[in-house]
Design a protein around this ligand. Structure first.
Ligand SMILES: NC(=O)c1ccc[n+]([C@@H]2O[C@H](COP(=O)([O-])OP(=O)(O)OC[C@H]3O[C@@H](n4cnc5c(N)ncnc54)[C@H](O)[C@@H]3O)[C@@H](O)[C@H]2O)c1
Ligand SMILES: [Zn+2]
Ligand SMILES: [Zn+2]
Length: 339
C-alpha cells in the first residue's frame, strides 16, 4: 500500500509498505480521508516529542471496513467508520481511572507499534472504532478526533454558570471548542484570532463578538462586553507570550481557564491575578474515551462541521499541505488528505 512518510525533517515521500495484518479483535479500514493536524506538522519539522522521522503521518482518519478479525462482533465489512487513535496500557493508575489520555505507556499511530493514517489501509481495534451515521461524510467523520479534544476541553470546566466564554485562538481546536460551547449552552461566546478569515469563521459559527488582539485591546473589549465583570471561562487555544495573562485579565473572579494550546516556550505569567481573583487554570490533554464517544454523538447527531474543511489534497501532495499549514500561505481551518 502507498503511505506518506516523513523521511527526514521537511521531507515527505510516498513509500510502498505492506498492508497491516489484523489481529482477532481488529478491523482493517480502507482509508478515505485523513486530516493534517498540528502534531503532524511537528513530526514534519522534526520537533515532535516522540514521533521521529522516518514515520508515517496521521492519526485523524475515516474510511470503510474491508476486513474484520475473527472475534469482531459489532462491525461488518462495508461499515463507514472513524477511530479513536489511542490505546492505553490498561494497567496503570490512569488507565484504571479511564484516563487513557494520561497513560504514560499508550500506543498511538505514527510510531513503530502502529502505522499512521496517511496510508491506503489502517488497522484498528474494534472497541476504538466508531460507525459514522448515514449522511455523515468521511471528511466530517475525520473531524471526530479534534472534536473530542474540544469536548475534553469543555469538560475540564467545573462551571455551574455557563453564561459567557472567551476562546483565544480560532483555529481548528478553538472553532471546535466554539461548537461544543454552543452545544453545552453557553449564551455568549467571544472568539479571538489574528487572521481575518478565522475571525469570520468564528462569527459565522456563532461567536457574538470577535476580536483581533493585535489590532484591538482584547481585555478591554471583553470587559466592556460583560459590563466589567469578565467572562465565566476562557479557553486558551493559541500560543503567544502574553496569552495566559490576557486570559486571566478577561476572566471573572472565581472563573476558570483551560489551556489546550501546546506552549513549549517558557513565559513569565502573572500568577498573582489567579490568587487575587480565585481563578482556576487547568490543562487539557487529548481526550478520554467518553469524550470521543460524546464527540461521535454530536457528529452522528447532525453537528455540521463541513465548513471546517478548507483544503483537499491527494496523498501525493501531503508535503504541500504541511507547507501550507506551516507557513499559513492560505486561509486554513482543516486540510484533508485523500489517499
Ligand atoms: N492539548 C491537546 O491535546 C491538543 C490537541 C490538539 C491541538 N493542541 C494545541 O492547540 C493549539 C491550537 O491547535 P489548532 O490545531 O487549532 O492550531 P491552529 O494553528 O489551527 O490554530 C491556532 C490559531 O490561533 C491563532 N493565533 C495566533 N496567535 C494568536 C493570538 N495571539 N491570539 C489569538 N489567536 C492567535 C492563529 O491565527 C490560528 O488561527 C496548538 O497549540 C496545538 O498544538 C493541543
Ligand atoms: Zn489531531
Ligand atoms: Zn496505562
Amino acid at each position: 500500500m502507498r503511505t506518506a512518510v516523513v523521511t527526514e525533517p521537511y521531507k515527505v515521500e510516498i513509500k510502498e509498505m505492506d498492508k497491516p495484518v489484523i489481529g482477532p479483535k481488529d478491523v482493517l479500514i480502507k482509508v478515505k480521508t485523513a486530516g493534517i493536524c498540528g502534531s503532524d506538522l511537528h513530526l514534519f519539522k522534526g520537533t515532535h516529542a516522540f514521533r521521529k522521522p522516518p514515520a508515517v503521518l496521521g492519526h485523524e482518519v475515516a474510511g470503510e471496513v474491508v476486513e474484520i478479525g475473527a472475534e469482531v462482533t459489532g462491525l461488518a465489512i462495508g461499515d463507514r467508520v472513524t477511530v479513536e487513535p489511542q490505546i492505553g496500557c490498561g494497567e496503570c493508575e490512569f488507565c484504571r481511572r479511564g484516563l487513557v489520555n494520561l497513560c504514560t505507556n499508550k500506543t498511538v499511530p505514527g510510531t513503530p507499534k502502529w502505522c499512521g493514517t496517511f496510508a491506503e489501509y489502517f488497522a484498528a481495534r474494534e472497541d476504538i472504532t466508531y460507525k459514522l451515521a448515514e449522511g455523515v461524510s468521511y471528511e466530517v467523520g475525520t473531524l471526530a478526533e479534534p472534536l473530542a479534544v474540544a469536548v475534553h476541553v469543555l469538560r475540564r470546566l467545573d462551571l455551574a454558570n455557563k453564561e459567557s466564554i472567551a476562546i483565544l485562538g480560532s483555529g481548528t481546536i478553538g472553532l471546535l471548542c466554539l461548537m461544543v460551547a454552543k452545544h453545552y449552552g453557553f449564551k455568549h461566546i467571544i472568539a479571538t484570532d489574528t487572521v481575518p478569515f478565522n475571525l469570520e469563521m468564528a462569527k459565522k459559527l456563532g461567536a457574538e463578538l470577535v476580536i483581533n488582539p493585535v489590532k484591538e485591546d482584547a481585555v478591554k473589549l471583553v470587559r466592556e462586553f460583560t459590563d466589567g465583570r469578565g467572562v465565566d471561562a476562557t479557553i486558551i487555544a493559541a500560543g503567544a507570550p502574553t496569552i495566559i495573562d490576557q486570559a486571566s485579565a478577561m476572566t471573572c473572579r472565581r472563573g476558570e481557564m483551560v489551556l489546550v494550546a501546546m506552549i513549549t516556550q517558557k513565559f513569565p505569567v502573572d500568577s498573582y491575578s489567579w490568587v487575587f481573583n480565585e481563578q482556576r487554570i487547568s490543562g487539557a490533554m487529548t481526550y478520554e474515551s467518553r469524550d470521543f464517544q460524546e464527540a461521535m454523538e454530536m457528529i452522528n447527531g447532525g453537528m455540521d462541521l463541513s465548513e471546517f474543511v478548507t483544503q483537499r489534497l491527494p496523498m501525493e501532495e501531503t508535503q504541500k499541505g504541511l507547507e501550507i499549514l506551516d507557513q499559513k500561505t492560505e486561509n486554513i481551518v482543516k486540510i484533508i488528505v485523500h489517499p
